[in-house]
Design a protein around this ligand. Structure first.
Ligand code: SF4
Length: 596
């Protein structure tokens, strides 16, 4: 792009800054409009200053679990020696934990009166964690009308509606991974949801307020093995969810392009593809010789049928963290196919709860390790400038909720998780030249979010709010740091495409979308590649302040439970069957009593 355009954009940015001052000044003459209550909630939208926050910074105290008491209690409940109600009415295994800084690291330290002292690393970079906590905008609207689904004692989800609803369709799998969250194929029995059960879980999810858009994720085992996989996608789309994804190893999609076409036709929008690294050697621990080749074929079959790809990599320090840069590079090299990369630092759960202290110390991988590895291996992203908590995006969802008005049937998808849970870096990638630059290198994101929060608080009309958003963006935009061919108008279009403010048709994303819609959305020269990290907890770093605002609810027959509380914590996954058995026999008893 000719340099003169960059100078012109710089002039625009300076002018936008002046206009922004006038915009703010004129808004001071009118009081803030009150927040409206949208159709999708029974509580009003929150002003930025009404949002609650958990205690942040350090030193601080939080509620955690003893890594030795909890497995004992779990076993007692599974063996029938203890009633599961203890989880609802008491706080078994819970102990206080301190979050402190020591020797340039942030640690969680805690003492159990029976099992002694435990400590683990939360961050190897205090500035990085401070930046995440400083830019956390606050929690979402409190969950309501949710008593039947959110009832898990101290593990209960209390805020928001989540953003990824996870439903395990089956525990069957076509691989034998070790470790496996599900213990799929190793538990000795098949647990597979019936069609009626799948419908009930989705109908239940639809009933909770606030009713926000979520990504419905069908998971497993391997969800493609469920006989209801395609029907479940279709039904979730019918209910009105814009995004339906499958957490898959990709084997079925690699084997059969027709199956990928059927899934796309049913409404599958994203494949959340297990992706351990680049090359067959990096995948060899899964015991399939040509697994990487299979992944490439799955990506091809899914993409050509209109399904976008999310690469998902679990990272263990010293084992595969050298793959982090290569996986991001793969996404940068394939900007037309890869929408998102999701790294999941290892969580020592299941059999790994018994891990030795030595191995845990060596293999612990935090979000701060991730940011530093990406920087060291690719020279992309300043840890304390370009990485933000996932919840940072919620200021922009709030803006979308405002401009969509009180009659919108759904709230915009919102990530309201704790700033210690998840992080992300957005990279703007030129699909033609492959040049990629973190968005926060050329947009002052911190100031931009503060500006948007002011617009949200004023709560003016749709078009005034849209004009404010445009001014805020351009005044915080530095054209000389942006990719060579990027223009401010491209960023405005990206925002509009994601937040749907002007009603412009970029290609339908609802269940009615056609291949034409998909092609239209893909025509964009720019891929906003999101590199995310979600750090699932384990008993060594467990923090109840995180689960109570969890954005990954697991939909089960016993309600919706935080992913962490389900898979780690007191381990509702193990207790699910016990609770269900107890409730079923109680119902039978009650029925018998009423009949006599
Ligand atoms: S799944 Fe765990 S790490 Fe992720 S948002 Fe929920 S509580 Fe946080």
């Amino acid at each position: 792009m000719h340099k003169s355009i960059k100078y012109l954009e710089k002039t625009m940015s300076i002018a936008a800054n002046r206009l922004w001052q006038i915009f703010c000044w004129s808004n001071h003459f009118f009081p803030e409009n009150p927040s409206f209550t949208p159709a999708w909630s029974e509580k009003p939208l929150l002003k930025s200053y009404e949002k609650s926050k958990p205690p942040l910074g350090w030193p601080r105290q939080t509620d955690s679990l003893c890594p030795r008491c909890v497995p004992e209690i779990r076993r007692q409940i599974v063996d029938g020696k203890q009633d599961y109600h203890v989880l609802l009415n008491e706080r078994p295994g819970e102990i206080k934990a301190q979050i402190i800084e020591r020797d340039g690291k942030i640690l969680m330290v805690k003492d159990c009166p029976v099992h002694g002292h435990f400590e683990d690393v939360l961050s190897i970079d205090p500035d990085f964690l401070r930046h995440l906590e400083d830019t956390f905008p606050g929690r979402d609207i409190r969950a309501h009308n949710d008593e039947k689904l959110h009832n898990h004692g101290s593990s209960t989800i209390r805020h928001g509606r989540g953003s990824v609803l996870t439903i395990d369709l089956t525990n069957r799998c076509n691989m034998m991974c070790d470790p496996c969250f599900m213990d799929a194929n190793q538990v000795g029995f098949v647990h597979e949801l019936t069609w009626e059960e799948i419908k009930t879980l989705l109908d239940n999810a639809f009933s909770i307020k606030p009713r926000r858009q979520m990504s419905v994720q069908f998971s497993g085992g391997e969800p493609t093995l469920s006989p209801y996989f395609l029907d479940a996608i279709r039904y979730a789309r019918q209910l009105g969810y814009d995004s339906v994804q499958a957490a898959t190893n990709g084997i079925e999609f690699a084997k059969d392009p027709e199956f990928a076409a059927q899934a796309a036709e049913a409404g599958l929008r994203y494949a959340y593809l297990q992706f351990d690294g680049i090359g067959n050697a990096a995948n060899s621990h899964r015991n399939v010789g040509n697994l990487f080749d299979l992944k490439l074929r799955a990506i091809e079959n899914l993409h050509s049928n209109g399904v976008e790809i999310v690469l998902v990599t679990t990272v263990v320090n010293g084992i595969n963290n050298e793959q982090v840069g290569r996986v991001v590079q793969f996404a940068l090299d394939n900007p037309d196919k890869i929408a998102l990369v999701s790294f999941q630092p290892v969580s020592f759960t299941g059999r790994d709860e018994a891990i030795t202290e030595e191995r845990r110390k060596a293999q612990r991988y935090t979000l701060s390790h991730l940011a530093h590895d990406v920087k060291a291996q690719l020279n992309i992203g300043e840890p304390a400038r370009d990485w933000f908590p996932l919840s940072f995006l919620s200021t922009f969802s709030d803006w979308a909720d405002l401009v969509h008005g009180p009659d919108a049937a759904w709230g915009h998808v919102a990530c309201g998780c704790h700033p210690n849970c998840g992080v992300g870096m957005a990279i703007m990638v030129d699909k033609q030249t492959r040049e990629g630059v973190p968005v926060t290198a050329f947009i002052n994101a911190d100031q931009f979010a503060k500006d948007v929060a002011r617009i949200n608080d004023w709560a003016r009309s749709r078009w005034i709010s849209a004009a404010g958003m445009a001014l805020a963006l351009i005044r915080n935009y530095d054209p000389f740091r942006a990719p060579t061919h990027f223009r401010a108008i491209d960023m405005l279009k990206k925002l509009d495409k994601g937040l749907g403010a002007t009603g412009h048709d970029y290609g339908d994303v609802s269940g009615k979308r056609t291949m034409e819609d998909i092609v239209r959305r893909r025509l964009d020269r720019w891929n906003l590649l999101f590199v995310a990290g979600m750090w699932f907890q384990d008993l060594f770093n467990y923090d109840f302040r995180r689960t109570e605002q969890c954005i990954i609810p697991y939909a089960t027959q016993e309600g919706e439970i935080s992913f962490c509380a389900y898979n780690t914590g007191v381990g509702w996954r193990n207790l699910d069957q016990v609770v269900r058995r107890a409730r079923t026999s109680r119902d039978i008893r009650r029925r018998q009593e009423s009949e006599t």
